[in-house]
Design a protein around this ligand. Sequence first.
Ligand code: SAH
Length: 218
Amino acid sequence: MTVHSDWRAEARAMVAGLPPMPEALAEAMTRVPRHLFVPERYRSSAYADEPLPLPYGDATISAPHMVALQLEFAEPRAGLRILEVGVGFGYLAALLADLTGPSGHVFGIDIESGLVREARRRLGQAGLGERVTLRAGDGVAGWPESAPFDRILVSCATPELYDAWRRQLAPHGTLVAPVGSAWSQELVRYRAGSPKDVLDRGPRCRFVPLRGRLHPDI
Ligand code: SAH
């Protein structure tokens, strides 16, 4: 196993190689040890800008530049309550927990209970366990008992912005999701109360598709 004795230097080098991003985000990406959020056998690639396989289904851990884009679009900040749909091993959730701080809270759902267990353990190792509440389930329904959320980030490809997500946004809350087909999506941002259905559209991207009752064919 690779020992990341100077992981902060590795994280700084990783961030330096990514497209420019807001300073607060760059700092968070150098505070969160990404090697704790990848499978042990891929630890030597933890600070490369690459997606990595997850040990369940065909899911992948998003590449750091994609996580940075999700965060740039979502604009998390201290004190916010945030829901992530599709936590995987929990890297994005860890960054969200870092950025929302002790006065905020992160809620995360994954359809694979094995991944929820992994994410819980890994967030604990990173010292962020108290700031994140996880459960297994189909994230298409959101998490009504814990709503409203200031932000909802969907980390799997979705054909549409589901009503449950819109309803669970706080006033002026934002929803960021990759909307499109299983092969290609556009990262979109929707703001609660906005007269426009989609506030703005970001770059094309490729996330693992949502699975579950509504998505049996994928
Ligand atoms: N956010 C992760 C990447 C996760 S990949 C990271 O930071 O690396 C997408 C995840 O979505 C997978 O873990 C997959 O199991 C999960 N997923 C797929 N369909 C889902 C659904 N309907 N509800 C919740 N999670 C789902």
